[in-house]
Design a protein around this ligand. Structure first.
Ligand code: MN
Length: 459
């Protein structure tokens, strides 16, 4: 990817928008004081349309279609502490921008636009520093900034970013290749007596030694039933399942991976664990099969939900008519989330834009009982990259609540489900690209069947 690509992306964006477009880059977020920051990660829209991964920049696409890069020239002191960075001119050249102005000129440039009756469109800000910055720039309240973002721009950005080019898919596959190495390391490291943080640390070490970094907080837990479990302080015990959900991204473009595997701490699935594991695997494979152009992601989700209910019925954990159970949402006791999300520069790609990525025109229909947590409902098209990540989770408190309320008791054998209350959770996740005829699982294969995982863990 070179400056021509970023220029073309901005041209296309400009063509679909009447007026100017303001694209703020991010600043370093301070941990406590300004110079002690969290690791810098550029805003994904800025990466996509400008391609520059430095803090403290902004871009204005003017009504005439030209683009200006705003930044602050380095002071002597900046050079002492940070070393010399590329000049603003060099950055503008790299991003294919037409000219350069200093950050203190931005406010007056935006004011000048307003005085000629032009609107500067901006996306909904997800970070407070950007919110405060835009509030000052546009001279209106934080509330007005929040409600005044451009839905037209959000839609136009989604239209462009939603379809991944071959180069973008190749970048995602590069990240998955690093993920594969991380999982290979994890399969070797997991054992009773090891701590979750040891496994997490080993995996992050593999990532960092490949110049990759976490795309989101890793999940490495014996409590896989807690969906976003970001603690790593438990010791793994014989008989545990270990759920590992991680993703990494690589410079200079920062496309990410998002992979989940669940493995037995002792290297062998118990018969009961394998039974549940095989249901999740079956659901994942059926979902991948269902993911073809023209089908909606909702259909993909329902294919997985059906497979899960059928499997749980065979285990006597659920009962009744599968279709009716799914329609009623009875499966959400054990499969409470959606089948997946868009993947790209963000691990939940463009979800900062609200429902525009999930549903055409950003209009999420009122969800049916089992579909509240389905993030993505729209029809699939070639070039979409999505995650496919069904799971089965036994959440003791939820089982108790539903049982006390006799919720969906026509479809759930609470007596049997209760025997699994310390089971934990299983999720299996891969990333796929929708092709002209179906879909393709991205990246090098990572051990997935129970047999493959056991074989690899046996060394
Ligand atoms: Mn995911």
């Amino acid at each position: 990817m070179n400056s021509t690509i970023f220029r073309e992306r901005r041209t296309r964006l400009h063509r679909s928008i009447d007026g100017a477009i303001f694209l703020p880059g991010l600043h370093i977020a301070p941990r406590n004081y300004e110079k002690n920051g969290y690791p810098f990660r550029q805003d994904s829209h800025f990466l996509y349309f400008v391609g520059l991964s430095y803090p403290g920049l902004a871009t204005l696409i003017r009504p005439d279609g030209t683009s200006c890069l705003y930044g602050t020239p380095q002071t002597d002191n900046d050079i002492v502490w940070e070393g010399k960075r590329p000049t603003l001119d060099a950055l503008a050249w790299a991003g294919g921008l037409d000219d350069v102005r200093t950050m203190d000129q931005l406010e007056s440039d935006i004011r000048d636009l307003a005085s000629t009756g032009e609107t500067a469109h901006y996306l909904p800000p997800y970070r407070h520093d950007i919110l405060a910055w835009e509030s000052a720039l546009f001279q209106c309240s934080v509330k007005q900034i929040q409600s005044g973002f451009s839905t037209k721009l959000a839609e136009a950005v989604v239209q462009q970013r939603i379809q991944k080019s071959d180069e973008e898919v190749a970048q995602i596959e590069k990240a998955i290749a690093v993920s594969k190495q991380m999982y290979d390391r994890a399969f070797a490291a997991v054992a009773p007596g090891r701590f979750e943080y040891e496994i997490m640390g080993a995996m992050v070490g593999v990532a960092e030694s490949n110049q990759a970094s976490n795309a989101f907080l890793p999940i490495v837990t014996r409590h896989g039933e807690v969906l976003h479990n970001n603690r790593y302080d438990h010791m793994l015990k014989d008989g545990d399942l270990v759920l590992i959900d991680t993703g990494v991204e690589l410079p200079p473009y920062y496309y990410g991976s998002d992979i989940t595997r669940t493995v037995p701490a002792n290297g062998r699935f118990s018969p009961r664990q394998q039974e549940v594991y095989d249901i999740v695997l079956d659901a994942q494979l059926r979902a991948i099969e269902t993911a073809t152009p023209e089908r909606s992601n909702k259909e993909v989700h329902l294919a997985a939900a059906h497979a899960i209910v059928n499997g749980l019925k065979a285990m006597n954990l659920m009962k009744g008519d599968t279709e009716e159970a799914v329609q009623a949402g009875a499966h959400t006791l054990l499969f409470p989330h959606g089948i997946g999300h868009m993947l790209g520069l963000d691990s939940h790609d463009m979800e900062d834009l609200g429902d525009f990525v999930a549903y055409p025109n950003g209009k999420k229909p009122a969800p049916a009982p089992g579909l509240q947590n389905l993030r993505l409902g729209r029809k699939l098209e070639p070039g979409f990259v999505v995650t496919v990540e069904p799971g089965i989770y036994f959440i003791p408190e939820l089982i108790d609540r539903w049982r006390a309320d006799r919720k969906h008791e026509a479809f759930i054998n609470f007596e049997e489900v209760n025997k699994f209350r310390t089971f934990g959770g299983i999720r299996i996740e891969d990333d796929i690209v929708i092709t002209d005829t179906g879909s393709r699982v991205l990246g090098p294969p990572i051990a997935k069947s129970a047999a493959e995982i056991q074989q690899q863990m046996a060394g």
